[in-house]
Design a protein around this ligand. Sequence first.
Ligand SMILES: Cc1cc2nc3c(=O)[nH]c(=O)nc-3n(C[C@H](O)[C@H](O)[C@H](O)COP(=O)(O)OP(=O)(O)OC[C@H]3O[C@@H](n4cnc5c(N)ncnc54)[C@H](O)[C@@H]3O)c2cc1C
Length: 528
Amino acid sequence: MIRDLSQVEAPGLEVRTPLCIIGAGTAGIFLACQLRALGVDVLLLETGDRFARSANEMAQTCAQRGIRYRGAEQGRSFGLGGTSVLWGGQMIPLTAADMQARPAVGIDAWPIDHAELTNHLAHVKQRLGLRAGDDAGESALSARRYPGLSAFDPDFALRLSEWLPFGMRNFAQAFADPLRQDSGLVVWLNAGVVRLQCDAAEMGRILAVEARSANGRMLNVRPDLVVICAGALESTRLLLAFDESTSGRLTANGAPLGRYFADHLSVTCGRFACRDWTRYNHAVAPVFSGGVMRTPRLEIAPAAQDRLALTSAFVHFTFVTHGDTGFDVIRSFLRQRQGERQRLGLSPRRLGRVVQDVGAMAYWRVVHRQLWIPRPADLLLQVDIEQVPNWNSRLSLADDLDRLGRKRLVIDWQITPEDIRVIRTVAQRTVQAWDGSRLRNLARLEMTMPLRFDDFETQYDVYHPTGSLRMGSQPANSVTDANLRVWGLENCYVSSTAVFPSAGSANPGLMHLALTARLAEHLASRIR
Ligand SMILES: Cc1cc2nc3c(=O)[nH]c(=O)nc-3n(C[C@H](O)[C@H](O)[C@H](O)COP(=O)(O)OP(=O)(O)OC[C@H]3O[C@@H](n4cnc5c(N)ncnc54)[C@H](O)[C@@H]3O)c2cc1C
Protein backbone atom coordinates (compact mmCIF):
# COMPACT_ATOMS: atom_id res chain seq x y z
CA MET A 1 0.00 0.00 0.00
CA ILE A 2 1.55 3.30 -1.08
CA ARG A 3 0.94 6.61 0.71
CA ASP A 4 2.38 10.06 0.09
CA LEU A 5 3.48 12.19 3.04
CA SER A 6 3.37 15.40 0.99
CA GLN A 7 -0.38 14.86 0.38
CA VAL A 8 -1.33 14.44 4.05
CA GLU A 9 -3.51 17.26 5.43
CA ALA A 10 -2.31 17.18 9.03
CA PRO A 11 1.10 18.79 9.54
CA GLY A 12 2.25 15.97 11.84
CA LEU A 13 1.46 12.25 12.17
CA GLU A 14 2.64 9.58 14.58
CA VAL A 15 2.53 5.82 13.88
CA ARG A 16 3.78 2.67 15.59
CA THR A 17 5.24 -0.29 13.71
CA PRO A 18 7.06 -3.51 14.55
CA LEU A 19 9.59 -2.80 11.82
CA CYS A 20 10.58 0.38 10.00
CA ILE A 21 12.80 0.29 6.89
CA ILE A 22 14.47 3.52 5.76
CA GLY A 23 14.79 3.64 1.96
CA ALA A 24 12.60 1.91 -0.67
CA GLY A 25 15.46 1.12 -3.05
CA THR A 26 17.03 -2.17 -4.07
CA ALA A 27 17.65 -3.55 -0.57
CA GLY A 28 14.67 -1.87 1.14
CA ILE A 29 12.09 -3.31 -1.26
CA PHE A 30 13.71 -6.75 -1.27
CA LEU A 31 13.90 -6.82 2.53
CA ALA A 32 10.28 -5.67 2.91
CA CYS A 33 9.05 -8.44 0.59
CA GLN A 34 11.16 -11.07 2.37
CA LEU A 35 9.75 -9.96 5.72
CA ARG A 36 6.19 -10.02 4.43
CA ALA A 37 6.74 -13.60 3.26
CA LEU A 38 7.78 -14.36 6.86
CA GLY A 39 4.61 -12.71 8.23
CA VAL A 40 6.15 -9.46 9.54
CA ASP A 41 4.31 -6.13 9.06
CA VAL A 42 6.57 -3.45 7.62
CA LEU A 43 6.57 0.33 7.26
CA LEU A 44 8.86 1.64 4.53
CA LEU A 45 9.99 5.29 4.40
CA GLU A 46 11.22 6.68 1.08
CA THR A 47 12.59 10.18 0.61
CA GLY A 48 11.79 10.25 -3.12
CA ASP A 49 8.63 9.99 -5.13
CA ARG A 50 7.04 7.26 -7.28
CA PHE A 51 9.50 7.95 -10.11
CA ALA A 52 13.20 8.04 -9.44
CA ARG A 53 15.23 11.24 -9.56
CA SER A 54 18.95 11.97 -9.59
CA ALA A 55 20.97 13.33 -6.67
CA ASN A 56 21.08 16.76 -8.34
CA GLU A 57 17.32 16.84 -8.87
CA MET A 58 16.87 15.94 -5.19
CA ALA A 59 19.42 18.63 -4.21
CA GLN A 60 21.46 15.88 -2.54
CA THR A 61 24.87 17.08 -3.62
CA CYS A 62 27.93 16.18 -1.58
CA ALA A 63 31.02 18.26 -0.87
CA GLN A 64 33.96 16.50 -2.54
CA ARG A 65 37.55 16.47 -1.32
CA GLY A 66 40.27 14.23 -2.69
CA ILE A 67 39.52 12.33 -5.90
CA ARG A 68 36.09 13.18 -7.31
CA TYR A 69 33.68 10.36 -6.52
CA ARG A 70 31.38 10.26 -9.57
CA GLY A 71 29.01 7.83 -7.87
CA ALA A 72 27.70 10.63 -5.63
CA GLU A 73 26.11 12.37 -8.62
CA GLN A 74 25.73 9.70 -11.28
CA GLY A 75 25.52 6.48 -9.30
CA ARG A 76 22.45 7.11 -7.16
CA SER A 77 18.76 7.31 -7.81
CA PHE A 78 16.16 8.54 -5.30
CA GLY A 79 12.56 7.34 -5.35
CA LEU A 80 10.68 4.04 -5.41
CA GLY A 81 13.12 1.40 -6.69
CA GLY A 82 16.19 3.47 -5.78
CA THR A 83 19.31 2.69 -7.78
CA SER A 84 17.74 -0.47 -9.25
CA VAL A 85 16.29 1.97 -11.82
CA LEU A 86 19.84 2.52 -13.10
CA TRP A 87 21.78 -0.64 -12.45
CA GLY A 88 22.84 -3.32 -14.91
CA GLY A 89 21.67 -6.13 -12.61
CA GLN A 90 24.89 -8.06 -13.18
CA MET A 91 25.02 -10.83 -10.59
CA ILE A 92 27.94 -12.89 -9.36
CA PRO A 93 28.78 -14.09 -5.84
CA LEU A 94 31.95 -13.25 -3.96
CA THR A 95 34.36 -16.17 -3.76
CA ALA A 96 35.34 -17.79 -0.45
CA ALA A 97 38.82 -16.25 -0.87
CA ASP A 98 37.26 -12.77 -1.25
CA MET A 99 35.78 -13.06 2.25
CA GLN A 100 38.91 -14.38 3.96
CA ALA A 101 41.61 -12.32 5.69
CA ARG A 102 44.39 -11.30 3.30
CA PRO A 103 47.14 -9.92 5.54
CA ALA A 104 49.53 -9.24 2.62
CA VAL A 105 47.22 -6.41 1.51
CA GLY A 106 45.78 -5.48 4.94
CA ILE A 107 42.30 -6.96 4.38
CA ASP A 108 40.29 -8.32 7.33
CA ALA A 109 38.06 -11.39 7.12
CA TRP A 110 34.30 -11.01 6.94
CA PRO A 111 32.67 -12.03 10.24
CA ILE A 112 30.38 -14.41 8.31
CA ASP A 113 31.19 -17.74 6.79
CA HIS A 114 31.06 -17.77 2.97
CA ALA A 115 28.95 -20.96 2.99
CA GLU A 116 26.44 -19.40 5.39
CA LEU A 117 25.85 -16.58 2.94
CA THR A 118 25.88 -18.64 -0.25
CA ASN A 119 23.13 -20.81 1.31
CA HIS A 120 20.79 -17.92 0.55
CA LEU A 121 21.79 -17.54 -3.09
CA ALA A 122 19.42 -20.11 -4.57
CA HIS A 123 16.44 -18.40 -2.93
CA VAL A 124 17.55 -14.89 -3.98
CA LYS A 125 18.10 -15.98 -7.57
CA GLN A 126 14.77 -17.72 -7.73
CA ARG A 127 13.02 -14.53 -6.46
CA LEU A 128 14.72 -12.60 -9.28
CA GLY A 129 13.90 -15.02 -12.08
CA LEU A 130 17.38 -16.61 -12.34
CA ARG A 131 18.09 -20.34 -12.13
CA ALA A 132 19.86 -21.56 -8.99
CA GLY A 133 22.63 -23.51 -10.81
CA ASP A 134 25.57 -25.28 -9.17
CA ASP A 135 29.37 -25.03 -9.35
CA ALA A 136 29.79 -28.14 -11.55
CA GLY A 137 27.19 -26.89 -14.03
CA GLU A 138 28.82 -23.44 -14.11
CA SER A 139 32.29 -24.90 -14.80
CA ALA A 140 30.94 -27.11 -17.57
CA LEU A 141 29.19 -24.13 -19.18
CA SER A 142 32.36 -21.99 -18.98
CA ALA A 143 34.50 -24.71 -20.56
CA ARG A 144 31.98 -25.39 -23.32
CA ARG A 145 31.27 -21.79 -24.31
CA TYR A 146 34.72 -20.28 -23.68
CA PRO A 147 37.40 -22.91 -24.47
CA GLY A 148 40.07 -20.24 -25.12
CA LEU A 149 39.46 -18.32 -21.88
CA SER A 150 39.19 -21.59 -19.88
CA ALA A 151 42.75 -22.50 -20.90
CA PHE A 152 44.04 -18.91 -20.62
CA ASP A 153 46.71 -18.98 -17.88
CA PRO A 154 47.04 -20.59 -14.40
CA ASP A 155 47.16 -17.13 -12.75
CA PHE A 156 43.59 -16.45 -13.92
CA ALA A 157 40.29 -18.17 -13.11
CA LEU A 158 37.33 -17.88 -15.46
CA ARG A 159 33.90 -17.06 -13.98
CA LEU A 160 30.65 -16.00 -15.62
CA SER A 161 28.34 -13.33 -14.25
CA GLU A 162 24.59 -13.37 -14.95
CA TRP A 163 22.48 -10.35 -15.90
CA LEU A 164 18.96 -9.92 -14.57
CA PRO A 165 16.37 -9.81 -17.35
CA PHE A 166 15.41 -6.15 -18.03
CA GLY A 167 11.89 -6.77 -16.67
CA MET A 168 13.32 -7.72 -13.24
CA ARG A 169 15.92 -4.97 -12.88
CA ASN A 170 13.80 -2.14 -11.53
CA PHE A 171 12.57 -3.46 -8.17
CA ALA A 172 9.65 -1.01 -8.12
CA GLN A 173 8.37 -2.86 -11.21
CA ALA A 174 9.53 -6.37 -10.26
CA PHE A 175 7.79 -6.15 -6.85
CA ALA A 176 4.94 -3.85 -7.95
CA ASP A 177 2.13 -6.11 -6.69
CA PRO A 178 3.14 -6.36 -3.02
CA LEU A 179 4.13 -2.68 -2.99
CA ARG A 180 0.70 -1.61 -4.22
CA GLN A 181 -1.61 -4.23 -2.77
CA ASP A 182 -0.24 -5.71 0.45
CA SER A 183 -1.89 -4.00 3.43
CA GLY A 184 0.86 -5.34 5.73
CA LEU A 185 3.44 -3.32 3.78
CA VAL A 186 2.92 0.44 4.04
CA VAL A 187 5.21 2.58 1.89
CA TRP A 188 5.42 6.32 2.62
CA LEU A 189 6.76 8.34 -0.31
CA ASN A 190 8.24 11.84 0.07
CA ALA A 191 9.19 10.82 3.60
CA GLY A 192 12.89 11.65 3.98
CA VAL A 193 14.29 10.53 7.31
CA VAL A 194 15.97 13.48 8.99
CA ARG A 195 16.63 12.13 12.46
CA LEU A 196 16.98 8.96 14.49
CA GLN A 197 15.94 9.74 18.04
CA CYS A 198 16.94 7.94 21.18
CA ASP A 199 15.92 8.76 24.70
CA ALA A 200 18.65 10.08 26.98
CA ALA A 201 17.88 7.24 29.40
CA GLU A 202 17.66 4.63 26.66
CA MET A 203 20.68 5.45 24.54
CA GLY A 204 20.97 1.88 23.29
CA ARG A 205 17.64 2.01 21.41
CA ILE A 206 16.18 4.03 18.58
CA LEU A 207 12.86 5.24 19.96
CA ALA A 208 11.62 7.23 16.97
CA VAL A 209 12.40 7.84 13.32
CA GLU A 210 11.50 11.33 12.14
CA ALA A 211 10.64 11.82 8.45
CA ARG A 212 9.77 15.00 6.56
CA SER A 213 8.45 15.92 3.14
CA ALA A 214 9.79 18.90 1.21
CA ASN A 215 6.48 20.75 1.80
CA GLY A 216 6.89 20.51 5.57
CA ARG A 217 4.72 17.50 6.55
CA MET A 218 6.14 15.41 9.41
CA LEU A 219 5.85 11.72 10.24
CA ASN A 220 7.08 10.36 13.55
CA VAL A 221 7.49 6.58 13.48
CA ARG A 222 7.85 4.60 16.72
CA PRO A 223 9.37 1.26 15.70
CA ASP A 224 10.40 -1.86 17.59
CA LEU A 225 13.16 -2.46 15.03
CA VAL A 226 14.75 -0.16 12.43
CA VAL A 227 16.69 -1.13 9.29
CA ILE A 228 18.60 1.54 7.38
CA CYS A 229 18.57 0.74 3.63
CA ALA A 230 19.24 4.25 2.34
CA GLY A 231 22.20 3.38 0.07
CA ALA A 232 25.85 3.42 1.18
CA LEU A 233 26.30 7.21 1.27
CA GLU A 234 22.96 8.15 2.86
CA SER A 235 23.01 5.27 5.37
CA THR A 236 26.43 6.43 6.54
CA ARG A 237 25.20 10.02 6.65
CA LEU A 238 22.24 9.10 8.89
CA LEU A 239 24.52 7.30 11.36
CA LEU A 240 27.12 10.09 11.31
CA ALA A 241 24.33 12.55 12.20
CA PHE A 242 23.07 10.22 14.94
CA ASP A 243 26.59 9.90 16.33
CA GLU A 244 27.00 13.67 16.37
CA SER A 245 23.64 14.21 18.09
CA THR A 246 24.52 11.69 20.82
CA SER A 247 28.01 13.11 21.47
CA GLY A 248 29.82 10.23 19.80
CA ARG A 249 27.81 7.25 21.03
CA LEU A 250 28.93 5.16 18.04
CA THR A 251 32.52 6.34 17.78
CA ALA A 252 33.54 6.76 21.44
CA ASN A 253 35.46 3.46 21.31
CA GLY A 254 37.25 4.38 18.07
CA ALA A 255 34.82 2.60 15.71
CA PRO A 256 35.60 3.43 12.07
CA LEU A 257 32.25 5.08 11.24
CA GLY A 258 32.60 6.66 7.77
CA ARG A 259 36.19 5.36 7.39
CA TYR A 260 37.60 2.87 4.83
CA PHE A 261 35.34 4.28 2.11
CA ALA A 262 36.20 2.40 -1.10
CA ASP A 263 34.93 1.38 -4.52
CA HIS A 264 36.06 -0.95 -7.25
CA LEU A 265 38.42 0.91 -9.58
CA SER A 266 37.79 0.20 -13.22
CA VAL A 267 40.37 1.24 -15.79
CA THR A 268 40.73 0.65 -19.52
CA CYS A 269 44.19 -0.87 -19.73
CA GLY A 270 44.35 -2.32 -23.22
CA ARG A 271 43.02 -2.18 -26.75
CA PHE A 272 42.51 -5.16 -29.07
CA ALA A 273 43.43 -4.89 -32.75
CA CYS A 274 41.25 -7.59 -34.23
CA ARG A 275 42.63 -10.10 -36.73
CA ASP A 276 39.42 -12.11 -36.94
CA TRP A 277 36.31 -10.27 -35.70
CA THR A 278 33.95 -13.27 -35.83
CA ARG A 279 36.25 -15.60 -33.91
CA TYR A 280 37.02 -12.83 -31.38
CA ASN A 281 33.25 -12.37 -30.91
CA HIS A 282 32.86 -16.13 -30.27
CA ALA A 283 35.83 -16.17 -27.88
CA VAL A 284 34.90 -13.33 -25.49
CA ALA A 285 31.39 -11.90 -26.04
CA PRO A 286 28.54 -12.57 -23.58
CA VAL A 287 26.53 -15.75 -24.15
CA PHE A 288 22.88 -16.58 -23.51
CA SER A 289 22.04 -19.66 -21.50
CA GLY A 290 18.57 -20.48 -20.18
CA GLY A 291 17.40 -17.07 -21.47
CA VAL A 292 19.94 -15.24 -19.27
CA MET A 293 22.93 -13.27 -20.54
CA ARG A 294 26.29 -14.21 -19.02
CA THR A 295 29.57 -12.35 -19.31
CA PRO A 296 33.02 -13.92 -18.89
CA ARG A 297 35.61 -12.42 -16.56
CA LEU A 298 39.13 -13.58 -15.75
CA GLU A 299 39.84 -13.23 -12.04
CA ILE A 300 43.30 -13.22 -10.53
CA ALA A 301 43.52 -16.63 -8.83
CA PRO A 302 44.17 -16.65 -5.04
CA ALA A 303 47.68 -18.15 -5.44
CA ALA A 304 48.66 -15.36 -7.86
CA GLN A 305 47.16 -12.76 -5.50
CA ASP A 306 49.41 -14.07 -2.72
CA ARG A 307 52.50 -14.28 -4.90
CA LEU A 308 52.10 -10.79 -6.38
CA ALA A 309 50.61 -9.17 -3.20
CA LEU A 310 47.44 -8.17 -5.02
CA THR A 311 43.92 -7.40 -3.86
CA SER A 312 41.07 -9.17 -5.67
CA ALA A 313 40.91 -8.15 -9.31
CA PHE A 314 39.51 -9.25 -12.61
CA VAL A 315 39.70 -8.34 -16.26
CA HIS A 316 36.89 -8.34 -18.78
CA PHE A 317 36.31 -7.60 -22.43
CA THR A 318 34.26 -4.54 -23.26
CA PHE A 319 33.37 -2.70 -26.41
CA VAL A 320 32.45 0.90 -27.04
CA THR A 321 30.28 1.83 -30.00
CA HIS A 322 29.86 5.36 -31.19
CA GLY A 323 26.19 5.76 -30.38
CA ASP A 324 24.78 5.09 -33.83
CA THR A 325 24.35 1.33 -34.05
CA GLY A 326 21.28 -0.89 -33.72
CA PHE A 327 22.86 -2.17 -30.51
CA ASP A 328 22.71 1.34 -28.99
CA VAL A 329 19.08 1.80 -30.02
CA ILE A 330 18.02 -1.52 -28.47
CA ARG A 331 19.97 -0.82 -25.29
CA SER A 332 18.43 2.66 -24.91
CA PHE A 333 14.96 1.23 -25.50
CA LEU A 334 15.43 -1.46 -22.82
CA ARG A 335 16.89 1.02 -20.34
CA GLN A 336 13.96 3.32 -20.94
CA ARG A 337 11.64 0.45 -20.06
CA GLN A 338 13.69 -0.13 -16.89
CA GLY A 339 12.75 3.41 -15.82
CA GLU A 340 15.92 5.27 -16.73
CA ARG A 341 15.45 8.49 -18.66
CA GLN A 342 17.15 7.77 -21.99
CA ARG A 343 16.89 9.30 -25.43
CA LEU A 344 16.34 6.74 -28.16
CA GLY A 345 18.44 8.68 -30.69
CA LEU A 346 16.90 6.95 -33.71
CA SER A 347 17.37 9.29 -36.65
CA PRO A 348 15.69 8.39 -39.99
CA ARG A 349 19.13 8.70 -41.65
CA ARG A 350 20.36 5.76 -39.57
CA LEU A 351 17.31 3.57 -40.02
CA GLY A 352 18.87 1.27 -42.65
CA ARG A 353 21.94 0.70 -40.48
CA VAL A 354 19.83 0.04 -37.40
CA VAL A 355 17.65 -2.53 -39.18
CA GLN A 356 20.77 -4.31 -40.46
CA ASP A 357 22.31 -4.42 -36.96
CA VAL A 358 19.12 -5.64 -35.33
CA GLY A 359 19.03 -8.46 -37.90
CA ALA A 360 22.62 -9.42 -37.08
CA MET A 361 21.93 -9.33 -33.35
CA ALA A 362 18.85 -11.52 -33.76
CA TYR A 363 20.81 -13.99 -35.90
CA TRP A 364 23.62 -14.31 -33.32
CA ARG A 365 21.13 -14.53 -30.46
CA VAL A 366 19.17 -17.39 -32.05
CA VAL A 367 21.88 -19.30 -33.92
CA HIS A 368 24.95 -18.79 -31.70
CA ARG A 369 23.15 -17.84 -28.45
CA GLN A 370 25.64 -15.02 -28.11
CA LEU A 371 25.74 -11.23 -28.15
CA TRP A 372 26.89 -9.81 -31.46
CA ILE A 373 29.54 -7.09 -31.23
CA PRO A 374 28.60 -4.34 -33.70
CA ARG A 375 31.19 -3.02 -36.13
CA PRO A 376 32.86 -0.62 -35.82
CA ALA A 377 33.52 -0.69 -32.10
CA ASP A 378 36.56 -0.13 -29.89
CA LEU A 379 37.47 -3.48 -28.32
CA LEU A 380 38.88 -2.86 -24.87
CA LEU A 381 40.45 -4.66 -21.95
CA GLN A 382 39.01 -3.42 -18.68
CA VAL A 383 40.79 -4.04 -15.36
CA ASP A 384 38.69 -3.88 -12.19
CA ILE A 385 40.34 -4.02 -8.78
CA GLU A 386 39.36 -3.99 -5.14
CA GLN A 387 40.96 -1.04 -3.33
CA VAL A 388 43.50 -1.52 -0.57
CA PRO A 389 41.74 -0.56 2.74
CA ASN A 390 42.55 3.02 3.72
CA TRP A 391 41.48 4.63 7.03
CA ASN A 392 41.91 8.12 5.54
CA SER A 393 39.44 7.55 2.72
CA ARG A 394 36.29 8.71 4.46
CA LEU A 395 32.81 10.18 4.64
CA SER A 396 32.02 12.90 7.16
CA LEU A 397 29.52 15.73 7.69
CA ALA A 398 29.80 19.33 6.48
CA ASP A 399 28.38 22.29 8.39
CA ASP A 400 25.92 23.47 5.75
CA LEU A 401 22.39 22.05 5.60
CA ASP A 402 20.19 20.65 2.83
CA ARG A 403 16.54 21.62 2.27
CA LEU A 404 15.35 19.12 4.91
CA GLY A 405 17.73 20.69 7.45
CA ARG A 406 20.30 17.85 7.42
CA LYS A 407 24.06 18.34 7.29
CA ARG A 408 25.55 17.71 3.86
CA LEU A 409 27.90 14.79 3.30
CA VAL A 410 31.62 15.32 2.68
CA ILE A 411 33.37 12.70 0.55
CA ASP A 412 37.12 12.40 0.82
CA TRP A 413 37.75 9.45 -1.49
CA GLN A 414 41.35 8.42 -1.92
CA ILE A 415 43.27 6.32 -4.39
CA THR A 416 46.70 5.27 -3.21
CA PRO A 417 49.91 4.31 -5.05
CA GLU A 418 49.20 0.75 -3.86
CA ASP A 419 45.92 0.76 -5.83
CA ILE A 420 47.78 1.96 -8.93
CA ARG A 421 50.40 -0.77 -8.47
CA VAL A 422 47.65 -3.42 -8.36
CA ILE A 423 46.04 -2.07 -11.56
CA ARG A 424 49.37 -1.94 -13.35
CA THR A 425 50.45 -5.43 -12.26
CA VAL A 426 47.14 -6.99 -13.29
CA ALA A 427 47.27 -5.26 -16.69
CA GLN A 428 50.86 -6.37 -17.32
CA ARG A 429 50.13 -9.99 -16.31
CA THR A 430 47.09 -10.02 -18.59
CA VAL A 431 49.02 -8.81 -21.62
CA GLN A 432 51.77 -11.41 -20.99
CA ALA A 433 49.19 -14.17 -20.60
CA TRP A 434 47.29 -13.06 -23.71
CA ASP A 435 50.50 -13.11 -25.77
CA GLY A 436 51.22 -16.62 -24.50
CA SER A 437 47.75 -17.96 -25.22
CA ARG A 438 46.03 -19.20 -28.38
CA LEU A 439 43.80 -16.12 -28.24
CA ARG A 440 46.62 -13.93 -29.56
CA ASN A 441 45.78 -15.30 -33.04
CA LEU A 442 42.39 -13.56 -32.88
CA ALA A 443 43.56 -10.11 -31.83
CA ARG A 444 46.69 -8.23 -30.82
CA LEU A 445 46.44 -6.77 -27.33
CA GLU A 446 48.16 -3.45 -26.93
CA MET A 447 48.59 -2.11 -23.41
CA THR A 448 47.45 1.48 -22.82
CA MET A 449 48.85 2.25 -19.37
CA PRO A 450 49.10 5.88 -18.33
CA LEU A 451 51.42 6.91 -15.52
CA ARG A 452 48.90 8.44 -13.10
CA PHE A 453 45.33 7.45 -12.23
CA ASP A 454 44.02 10.88 -13.27
CA ASP A 455 45.51 10.36 -16.74
CA PHE A 456 43.85 7.02 -17.36
CA GLU A 457 41.82 7.33 -20.51
CA THR A 458 38.76 5.65 -19.05
CA GLN A 459 38.88 5.46 -15.29
CA TYR A 460 36.04 5.44 -12.90
CA ASP A 461 34.53 4.27 -9.71
CA VAL A 462 31.89 1.75 -10.65
CA TYR A 463 29.23 2.79 -8.14
CA HIS A 464 30.03 -0.03 -5.71
CA PRO A 465 30.67 2.00 -2.52
CA THR A 466 31.82 -0.13 0.40
CA GLY A 467 33.49 -0.01 3.80
CA SER A 468 32.07 3.07 5.57
CA LEU A 469 29.82 0.97 7.88
CA ARG A 470 32.01 -2.12 7.77
CA MET A 471 30.93 -5.19 9.69
CA GLY A 472 33.24 -7.05 11.99
CA SER A 473 33.50 -9.11 15.14
CA GLN A 474 34.71 -6.29 17.44
CA PRO A 475 33.00 -2.93 18.09
CA ALA A 476 36.37 -1.16 18.14
CA ASN A 477 37.20 -2.02 14.53
CA SER A 478 33.78 -2.17 12.90
CA VAL A 479 30.43 -0.35 12.86
CA THR A 480 28.05 -3.27 12.40
CA ASP A 481 28.15 -6.82 13.72
CA ALA A 482 27.75 -10.10 11.82
CA ASN A 483 23.95 -9.70 11.97
CA LEU A 484 24.25 -6.18 10.46
CA ARG A 485 23.21 -4.62 13.78
CA VAL A 486 24.85 -1.30 14.61
CA TRP A 487 27.17 -1.85 17.57
CA GLY A 488 25.78 -0.06 20.61
CA LEU A 489 22.21 0.12 19.28
CA GLU A 490 20.04 -2.76 20.31
CA ASN A 491 17.31 -2.31 17.65
CA CYS A 492 19.04 -0.70 14.66
CA TYR A 493 20.37 -2.58 11.59
CA VAL A 494 21.86 -1.65 8.21
CA SER A 495 21.51 -3.37 4.85
CA SER A 496 23.87 -1.67 2.43
CA THR A 497 27.08 -2.38 0.56
CA ALA A 498 28.62 0.03 3.11
CA VAL A 499 28.79 -2.94 5.53
CA PHE A 500 31.11 -4.90 3.20
CA PRO A 501 34.53 -4.95 4.92
CA SER A 502 36.09 -5.71 1.53
CA ALA A 503 34.75 -5.50 -2.00
CA GLY A 504 36.26 -8.68 -3.46
CA SER A 505 36.02 -9.54 -7.12
CA ALA A 506 32.25 -9.35 -7.59
CA ASN A 507 29.60 -6.75 -8.33
CA PRO A 508 28.01 -6.33 -4.90
CA GLY A 509 24.32 -6.86 -5.70
CA LEU A 510 23.96 -10.62 -5.36
CA MET A 511 25.87 -10.88 -2.06
CA HIS A 512 24.07 -7.78 -0.76
CA LEU A 513 20.71 -9.42 -1.45
CA ALA A 514 21.91 -12.68 0.15
CA LEU A 515 22.87 -10.66 3.25
CA THR A 516 19.44 -9.02 3.13
CA ALA A 517 17.62 -12.37 2.90
CA ARG A 518 19.66 -13.60 5.88
CA LEU A 519 18.84 -10.39 7.78
CA ALA A 520 15.11 -10.90 7.12
CA GLU A 521 15.26 -14.31 8.82
CA HIS A 522 17.13 -12.85 11.78
CA LEU A 523 14.64 -9.97 12.19
CA ALA A 524 11.61 -12.26 11.86
CA SER A 525 13.02 -14.52 14.58
CA ARG A 526 13.43 -11.49 16.87
CA ILE A 527 9.87 -10.32 16.30
CA ARG A 528 8.21 -13.72 16.78
C1 LIG B 1 24.75 2.64 -13.32
C2 LIG B 1 24.89 1.60 -12.24
C3 LIG B 1 25.07 0.27 -12.60
C4 LIG B 1 25.19 -0.70 -11.61
N1 LIG B 1 25.29 -1.99 -11.99
C5 LIG B 1 25.37 -2.95 -11.06
C6 LIG B 1 25.40 -4.30 -11.45
O1 LIG B 1 25.35 -4.62 -12.63
N2 LIG B 1 25.49 -5.25 -10.47
C7 LIG B 1 25.54 -4.91 -9.14
O2 LIG B 1 25.65 -5.81 -8.31
N3 LIG B 1 25.49 -3.63 -8.75
C8 LIG B 1 25.39 -2.64 -9.67
N4 LIG B 1 25.31 -1.34 -9.28
C9 LIG B 1 25.28 -1.05 -7.83
C10 LIG B 1 23.88 -1.30 -7.28
O3 LIG B 1 22.95 -0.61 -8.07
C11 LIG B 1 23.80 -0.83 -5.83
O4 LIG B 1 24.76 -1.54 -5.07
C12 LIG B 1 22.43 -1.09 -5.22
O5 LIG B 1 21.40 -0.60 -6.03
C13 LIG B 1 22.37 -0.44 -3.85
O6 LIG B 1 21.12 -0.72 -3.28
P1 LIG B 1 20.66 0.05 -1.97
O7 LIG B 1 19.31 -0.45 -1.64
O8 LIG B 1 21.72 -0.04 -0.95
O9 LIG B 1 20.58 1.59 -2.40
P2 LIG B 1 19.52 2.27 -3.37
O10 LIG B 1 18.99 1.31 -4.36
O11 LIG B 1 20.16 3.51 -3.86
O12 LIG B 1 18.31 2.64 -2.40
C14 LIG B 1 18.40 3.61 -1.40
C15 LIG B 1 17.02 4.24 -1.25
O13 LIG B 1 16.99 4.99 -0.04
C16 LIG B 1 16.34 6.23 -0.28
N5 LIG B 1 16.83 7.17 0.74
C17 LIG B 1 18.04 7.74 0.82
N6 LIG B 1 18.12 8.51 1.92
C18 LIG B 1 16.93 8.42 2.55
C19 LIG B 1 16.40 9.00 3.73
N7 LIG B 1 17.12 9.82 4.50
N8 LIG B 1 15.12 8.71 4.07
C20 LIG B 1 14.37 7.88 3.31
N9 LIG B 1 14.83 7.31 2.17
C21 LIG B 1 16.09 7.57 1.80
C22 LIG B 1 16.74 6.58 -1.70
O14 LIG B 1 15.85 7.50 -2.29
C23 LIG B 1 16.70 5.21 -2.38
O15 LIG B 1 15.43 4.92 -2.90
C24 LIG B 1 25.17 -0.34 -10.24
C25 LIG B 1 24.98 0.99 -9.88
C26 LIG B 1 24.83 1.96 -10.87
C27 LIG B 1 24.61 3.38 -10.46
